[in-house]
Design a protein around this ligand. Structure first.
Ligand SMILES: Nc1ncnc2c1ncn2[C@@H]1O[C@H](COP(=O)(O)OP(=O)(O)O)[C@@H](O)[C@H]1O
Ligand SMILES: C[C@@](O)(CCOP(=O)(O)OP(=O)(O)O)CC(=O)O
Length: 507
């Protein structure tokens, strides 16, 4: 039977750059854009040609890239090799397979190892699918002559083919392989494959998002996290803060990074140590990342916009900021501290709003609805009673904190010589923050030309969508969804068909 798992894409709302250093936190929101991995046996029976049971076949299909690759996985040392030199490579999935299988061998007793061996000898058939929201369809919309609106995006069929970045319009060299929106497709892809494989091999028992309020599979999620984070770092060839993998696993949260030493044995491993030895270090390592529950307060929506300027290279922006920290330690530390203070101020206000929503729902709801049709300079007029006043103070506090974050992010960019909040985004974000019902607007993650985000109150997001269109910014269909990695009941392509069929109304 096929096992299907999914993992969400992310938006880093606060903590860009600072989150690279412990113990600075970042607020990361997971989204309803999900990556799916489908795993089933490749053969009905154990293949006789898997001589001496030394290796097994792995087939990887990526329909959106029209790619199908065959690999050989050696069952002793778990090396993976393309079956022929012409196969397309996907290092994220390759490491995900190697490390997941290694984790299974490392955790099983002899009896379970035998069963594992038999299951593996049937081969692995892996299909990966990413929601459209991970990829840019801006060119496609323009090519079809549609308006630059979310309604146009909604017409594009689910799991559509992905545009490759082949043109040199933006200098070419720093552009990623595929046209993406910055939601963390590689982290979600790696996490979905690891989760599906670990579940398929019986290392973890994942639960599905539908059947729970509170997750009970935390230890299993930790296992998925260790393996996905390790595979992702090696495939990327760099150790970032890991907030993207963490949110793909745990969903929206407040993240403090893991100490990079925990995966140091893998860096030697790629050259010297065999994987079955390294995996024990990974599994027993001191994974000290911190994740505290966090999600947007009720009646607030996350909105993302694609400015379409071609994206920025995160590693080179990070490099420039690090260089600046070295060259001007005093000033950079000052900016760093002020930015960190603004980040915590926003966190405090958002947590306060969540608390007020719980404790005084009626006042909270009435203020949010009232403010959703007013610009923020008019919000104070809603403070007719103390309960409402507290909500308004927290809203204004959050907005102020966001202005502080943007100011210090801009300073950091200017000092480091990289456009963290480029001038074109500044105008757009100022205009956005002045609209009715807009609480926050900023550049997520590393900033640059990748994307912009806004947090809106009540039903006010259509205002934002309109103004973004006039700035030539495409509002995406993505929403916050705080749920992390999940077991799915079926191939998402069949779900789409089922829901389309059930939505047909028979009179
Ligand atoms: N559907 C897919 N099939 C295969 N590989 C994919 C798919 N989607 C993304 N990838 C891989 O992930 C890479 C993008 O990852 P990354 O640079 O982390 O982007 P993001 O900003 O979305 O995190 C692509 O270059 C490609 O190698
Ligand atoms: C600078 C950073 O702190 C945040 C980068 O966030 P993005 O969301 O911009 O990330 P990419 O998907 O890799 O482009 C680097 C990090 O935390 O690793």
């Amino acid at each position: 039977m096929a096992i299907v798992a999914s993992a969400p894409g992310k938006v880093l709302m606060t903590g860009g750059y600072l989150i690279l250093e412990r113990p600075n936190p970042g607020l990361v929101l997971s989204t309803n854009a999900r990556f799916y991995a489908i795993i089933k046996p490749l053969h009905h029976q154990i293949q006789s040609h898997t001589w001496a049971w030394a290796w097994t076949d792995v087939k990887l299909t990526s329909p959106q890239l029209s790619r199908e690759s065959m690999y050989k996985l050696a069952l002793k040392n778990l090396t993976i090799q393309p079956a022929s030199s012409s196969e397309a490579r996907n290092p994220f999935v390759e490491y995900a397979v190697q490390y997941s299988v290694a984790a299974a061998y490392a955790t099983f007793d002899d009896n379970k190892k035998d069963l594992l061996q038999k299951l593996l000898l049937q081969g692995l058939d892996i299909t990966i699918l990413g929601c459209n929201d991970f990829y840019s369809y801006r060119n496609e919309i323009e090519r079809r002559g549609f308006p630059l609106t979310p309604e146009s995006l909604a017409i594009i069929p689910p799991f559509s083919p992905i545009t490759f970045n082949t043109d040199d319009a933006n200098g070419g060299d720093s552009k990623p392989e595929v046209a993406k929106t910055g939601l963390g497709s590689s982290a979600a892809m790696t996490t979905a494959v690891v989760a599906a494989l670990l579940h398929y091999l019986d290392v973890v028992k994942l639960s599905s998002s539908k059947d729970q309020q509170e997750r009970k599979d935390i230890a299993d999620l930790d296992m998925v996290h260790k393996i996905a984070q390790t595979a992702h770092c090696i495939a990327q060839g760099k150790v970032g803060s890991g907030f993207d993998v963490s949110s793909a696993v745990y969903g929206s949260h407040r993240y403090v990074r893991f100490s990079p030493e925990v995966i140091s044995s893998t860096q030697i491993a790629a050259n010297v140590l065999p994987l079955p030895e390294v995996i024990t270090d990974i599994l027993n390592g001191n994974w000290d990342h911190d994740r505290t529950e966090f999600s947007l307060p009720p009646l607030m929506s996350l909105l993302l916009g694609e400015p379409g300027t071609g994206g920025s290279s995160t590693p080179s922006m990070v490099g420039a900021v690090k260089k600046w920290q070295k060259s001007d330690p005093e000033k950079s530390l000052d900016t760093w501290i002020r930015l960190s203070e603004a980040n915590s101020a926003l966190e405090v206000q958002l947590n306060l709003l969540r608390k007020l929503a719980k404790e005084q729902w009626d006042a909270y709801k009435s203020v949010i609805e009232g403010c959703s049709i007013l610009r923020s300079d008019k919000w104070i007029e809603q403070a007719s009673e103390p309960n409402k006043g507290a909500v308004i103070q927290a809203l204004l506090g959050a907005k102020d904190a966001m202005l502080g974050i943007r100011y210090h992010m801009r300073l950091m960019g200017e000092a480091a010589g990289v456009p963290i909040e480029p001038e074109s985004q500044t105008q757009l974000l100022d205009a956005t923050m002045n609209l009715e019902g807009v609480l926050l607007a900023g550049v997520p993650g590393a900033g640059g030309f990748d994307a912009v985000f806004a947090v809106t109150l009540g039903d006010s997001s259509s205002n934002v969508t309109k103004i973004w269109s006039s700035f030539n910014v495409l509002a995406l269909l993505v929403k916050e969804d705080p749920f992390g990695v999940s077991l799915e009941s079926a191939d998402p392509r069949t779900n789409e068909i089922t829901s389309a069929v059930s939505s047909i109304h028979i009179e």
